[in-house]
Structures are given as structure tokens and as C-alpha cells.
Write a protein that binds this ligand. Sequence first.
Ligand SMILES: *[C@@H]1O[C@H](CO)[C@@H](O)[C@H](O)[C@H]1NC(C)=O
Ligand SMILES: *[C@@H]1O[C@H](CO)[C@@H](O)[C@H](O)[C@H]1NC(C)=O
Ligand SMILES: *[C@@H]1O[C@H](CO)[C@@H](O)[C@H](O)[C@H]1NC(C)=O
Length: 517
Amino acid sequence: MKIATFKIFYFLWILCTFICLTDGARILGVFQMPSYSHYQLGDRILKELAARGHEVTLISPYKQMEQTKNFRTIVIENAFEVLERNVVDLFSMSTDNMLSTNLQFDTRFLPYTENTLNSSNVQKLIKSNEKFDIVILERLMNDAFHGFCAHFEAHCIISSPIPTSSWTNIQMGNAGPPSYVPELSSQFSSKMNFFERAYNFLGYLFYTTWFHAFMVPLHNEVMHKYFTNVPHFYDVYYNVSLMLINTHTAVHPPVPRLPNMIEIGGYHIKSPKPIPKDLKAYLDNAKEGVILFSMGSNLRSKDLPNDKRRAILNSFSKLKEKILWKWENESMSDLPGNVKLSKWLPQNDVLAHPNVKLFVTHGGLLSTLEAIYHGIPLVGIPVYGDQYSNMRIAEDYGYGISVPYEYLNEEGLTAALEQGLKNPTFSDVAKRRSKIMHDDQLKPLDKAIFWIEYILRHNGGKHLKSSSLSFNILQYLLLDVIGFISIIIAISICVCIFALKKIRRPHKKVTISKKKN
Ligand SMILES: *[C@@H]1O[C@H](CO)[C@@H](O)[C@H](O)[C@H]1NC(C)=O
Ligand SMILES: *[C@@H]1O[C@H](CO)[C@@H](O)[C@H](O)[C@H]1NC(C)=O
Ligand SMILES: *[C@@H]1O[C@H](CO)[C@@H](O)[C@H](O)[C@H]1NC(C)=O
């Protein structure tokens, strides 16, 4: 007994010295989007940092329901009201092209950004004398937030909720040839035909020009309005220590990434929890299989126009499988017998249930990652943003079928559902991809924490920064070198021509003079 007690004390003592000796850093996270999926991404990393002894502050539109040790939230007032004021029918964006989608996002998100900085709670923090070692920004058209990093003299870490594109690559000095790196909202995967490459390239040119010519001055202005004494936008913007990217090689095509650009896709996924009793009974009893249908947290299926909703219902009613539909409204009058509605669903836990055969989704990134994590094939109804390209990749890889929202009708959806259910290759590929997703050296969340602490240990990780960041565009594209070589070649050609003329002229003169004679 005594020895056992001693052992316990000894263990506790060791544990305490370990915890007390680990220097907790002060970390600020800025995740401003009034959208649950974005909130979830920030919450997961920051709570984990708090659990590991760091002192964490989160700026967020969401209040915390319960107290967490080492964790404080600064709530952005009015975030949801600003969202309501700027509300657009997301379903109507399905016909927009890549440029207009991106430009809309850019201009629409600027008021959110300003509202966050103008919020009195955030102002209090900015005006306080608090210090932070690290600032983690969720980058989503809110670049004025780079001011947080400069203001608190902290290492800047970017959390990118979407795959890399010109949008992130240029900031990090990372190579991203538009021949196989699709632009944001481009609807493409890495495999592009001639016209797609041309479109992607033009999109790249237009978007980067627009961003640097129009958005940068606006963000610079907003940044300096709320943060005094910070350098010019570009000095802060290109001074990022680490970028955490929400993609995974199981779900995304391989593209270049510098050593300070780390893939952590899937980190938000928690191990499945027990499902509520009635839902579990429903899933257990569905011997023919269950199809899960959810349009995510930003698009609400209750906002679907009636014709699209009817098309979906009609095609569901023809199946023998049961359908579990995340529906945010009261019950539907014309509901077929095999469809069950639920206002809220523990999506990840449901996907883990062995009777779930297929996931009908909007093709959002978090949903796609969760489906592949559990090896479930997809039928996607992409509407906007990255959803098209997520589904395009799913089709390329063979674990999903895309039925774009604008073309959604009963026949198309029925055909896709039948394929997804009857053709075993979709499920086989999804299971293979799932294996890839589980075969990681470090779990994505541990990887994120490792790299954040690495940046702390190595004082900003300057050694990881690409030297291309110090080049101007002429140097980066080697236009100066190409220009120089062209001049040398041109001069050489001129010299040769001149020399040839010199050699041939006297010779001619001789022959002419000979004839005369
Ligand atoms: C900032 O907040 C103040 C007071 O809450 C408000 O009067 C003002 O309109 C806000 N400005 C912007 C640009 O949102
Ligand atoms: C860049 O970030 C580092 C911290 O990682 C900081 O020490 C440095 O002052 C920053 N440079 C500029 C120009 O803001
Ligand atoms: C949602 O519920 C409200 C109130 O029950 C009803 O008036 C409305 O028509 C419903 N919307 C849809 C799309 O069913």
C-alpha cells in the first residue's frame, strides 16, 4: 500500500514539474465567421492548445456555454445581425462564375471584417496592454486582420479553411502553377483540359490583379483605421510564419507546398460518440441501408425552392433505403414513408454507423472530409465556392457523383443515387481513400499543435520562409533574366550579321571589279 501511494505521489510530482516547466504561450485566435463550421475549426485547435497548457483567447461570434481552463472568448457583438443585413440567397449563387463568386465574397466580407474590428469587446483588447506570442487568423477575405499580428508583435499563423490557390500561394511565396492548381471557386480539380486551363489561367490573372489593385488598398485602410503604428499592409501580409491548410492527401490532389504550409485536413473530426437512443434505433433497424442527406450549416435545405425540394423528395420516394434528412423547418406535409426529418444531426457520428451507405451532400469541405474519413461515397449537389471543385475531385477519384444544383432534377438525382448505391466501386474507392486518411505519421490535430509549438520554439521559424518573398514580380518570373538573355542574344545576332556583311562586302567588290576589268 505504502509503495503504491508513494508511486502515485511520485507520478503526480513528475507530472506537475513537467506541466510547470512547460512554458505556456499566450495565443490569440481570430475566427470571425458567423458560421458554425468555421467556428468549429477554430474551437478545435484552440481548445487543444488550452488543454496543453497555453493561455488562449478566441475572438468569435459564438459565446461559450461552459468554462474551459486557460480559455477565454471575446465575443464579437452584432456579428449575426451584420450577417442578416448582408444575407444573400446562397442557392442563387449556383449560376455565378468563378470571378463573380470571388469578387462577391471579397466585397461582402469587408463589412464583417470591419464590424469585428469595431466591436467594443475587440476594441478593448486592442487598446489593452496584453501581449501575445502567437496570433492565429482564419483567413477568409479578412486580410485587415493581419494588423493583429503586427499590433501584438506576435508570430502570425494563418488557418486556411480552403485548399491552396493563388490566394494563399502568393502570400507564402509558394509555387502554384495555374496549369494544375485550381483557383478558388473554379469548379476544377488538378486534371484540367485545354479550355479549363485557359479559364483557370485567366481567372488567376484577373483575380490576383483585382486583389492587389482593389482589395489591398481597402484592407490597408481598414487595418490602419483600427490599428495605429502598424507597418504597411504588405509588410505584415507577407510576414506569415506558418499556414495550416484544411486539406488532406486522401481527398485533395497533390500540389506544391513549402515546408511552412502544413496540411491538417480532418483535424476537426472527433472519435464517434454514442448516438441518441431514438436515432440509433432508427439506424440499427434500417436493414436496407440509410442515406444521409444534409446541405451543411450555411446552406439550409429549408431554403430550397419548392421545385428542387419536390425533385429531391420524388427521387427519394423511389428508393427502398431509408433517408435521414437534416431539415431545419417544421415537418413536411408531402413526406414519403422512407424519409425521416431531423432538425439537428450528429453528422460525424451518423456517418460512422455501419448501415449508412451514401451521403447526399452540398460537397462542403468538412462534409467531404468526414465522409471519406468513414469511407462513405458521396452524391454531391454543389452550389457555390469550393463545393464544385470538391465534387469534381470526388468524380475524378471515383468516390462520388456530382449533380450540380442548377441542373438538379428528379431524373438526374435518381440516376446518381442508383449509381452510388448499386455500383460497388464508389464505396470501394471511398474505403480505400479512408485507409489513406487514417495512415498518418501524426494525427492532423497533433500535427497542427506540433507545428504551432515549433514556431514558438524557433522564434517565428524564419528559416522556413521562402526567399522568393523578397523578389519583385519581374525577378520571381525571371523576366529580368529572360530580358537580359534576350538582349545578349539580340546583340550577338546583330554582331554576327554585321560581321557577315563585313566579310562578304569586300569579296563582292572584288568580283565586281574583276568583271569590270
Ligand atoms: C462602429 O461602432 C460604433 C459604435 O458601436 C458605431 O456607431 C459605428 O457605426 C460603427 N462603425 C462601423 C464602420 O461599423
Ligand atoms: C515579422 O514577424 C516577426 C515575428 O514572427 C516579427 O518579429 C517581425 O517584426 C515582423 N516583421 C514585420 C516587418 O512586421
Ligand atoms: C417552414 O415552416 C413554416 C412554419 O411552419 C411554414 O410556413 C413554411 O412554409 C415552411 N417552409 C417550408 C419550405 O416548408
